[in-house]
Design a binder for this molecule. Sequence first.
Ligand code: S3P
Length: 446
Amino acid sequence: MKTTLSQTNNTDELRTLYHGGYLSGKVRVPGDKSISHRALLFGAISEGITRIEGLLPAEDPISTAACLNAMGVKISPINEDKIVEVIGVGLDGLEEPKEILDCGNSGTTMRLMLGLLVGRENRHFVLTGDQSLKQRPMRRVSQPLKLMGGKINGRSNGNLAPLSVTGNKLHGAVIGTPVASAQIKSAILLAALTAEGGTSVIEPARSRDHSERMLKAFGANIEVGGEMGRHIKVWPGSKLKGQTIIVPGDISSAAFWLIGASLIPGSTLTVENVGLNPTRTGILEVMRQMGADFQLLNMRDIAGEPIGDIKVTQKEQLKPFSIDGEIMARLIDEVPILTVAACFCNGISKIRGASELRVKETDRLTVMTRQLTAMGAKIEEHDDGLTITGGAQLHGAALDSETDHRIAMSLAVASIMADSTSTMIRSNSAAVSYPRFWEELSRLHN
Ligand code: S3P
């Protein structure tokens, strides 16, 4: 059964989403978005060639590649199934760009670029992005970078893009970050590579550690310590050397299939080649809380990251769940699809400590509440989370991704569980992290 039918007018793609049916088969999710950005960035400032296998060919990493390109870094075309080669320019080789650097919709691009560029002496950079990115807070990155001697200006007292960076000599610092954010941490680590003296970052909870793992592999002098790896120290002076990076499938993209197959009656699905880095697997812990039926298969380690396949079978009577505190950093991007899951659990689920969701591509707490409520879900919104009463029948509705990729894909799963057909505008936003999502949904939905 064909499940989605696209009526496209290019920018604001309208889709029809058919309810009913089940998910089955095997799916290989595209490359991890966080690892893809970092492979491009670290490759750019290394000496020699970095070869990246499985790089995510989606809008966000393409924004990172375009910015690097504008600073003289040669990157081979980013196509599905092609190894991407980055010709490194060395730690101080980035050229002053003649144009404004456009980060598109990508918060990771903008925040990591700030860290990368702030220490480039005698060079000036201007960064901007789309409407969503221009509303996202950047002070959380510019402020710690200023403590290291960085010069960053922008709208709203340096908080909002467009931002200008005047490259400056940096000095090491000890920086405690107020939120567990891998973007803040990674920006500081990138700046630390060219600062004078060592830099320490101390996080309130451990965020994803792809930067630490990959910087070490590229030859940076970096040490991870402290309770639960929350204390990271970098010393400058080591040259980075080009590497071969194999990018695992993105667990944040796998999440839509994992939850979809857990909920949709009659489903059995295997998601292959999923990155299982322990700083990213919070969703599996929640699926255990829910009593979901899944198995990890074919576990292996590839290029320093744990990987496996996940087989999921639908389960009746899923239990409600509660999440709060340090687990949040390990499932931050999965909250929208977990909100959908909660609508079908047998009782009241609670999501707390999730105020970071308000500063993602959209305010995901408000947007998920608005869209799912239109379908008949029972959700109460709080400053830092949601309370979801499971069990209400969802109805087909006129949905809107509100330009957010993870909202689009979460609502796609919800629409299959509804009792009638839905439509979705701006469904094309899925391409920010999962360009073939709709095609794959048509293939897996029977
Ligand atoms: C990312 C970190 C997370 C996540 C984002 C990607 C990264 O953001 O939400 O999608 O690659 O570092 P925060 O670090 O701001 O929580």
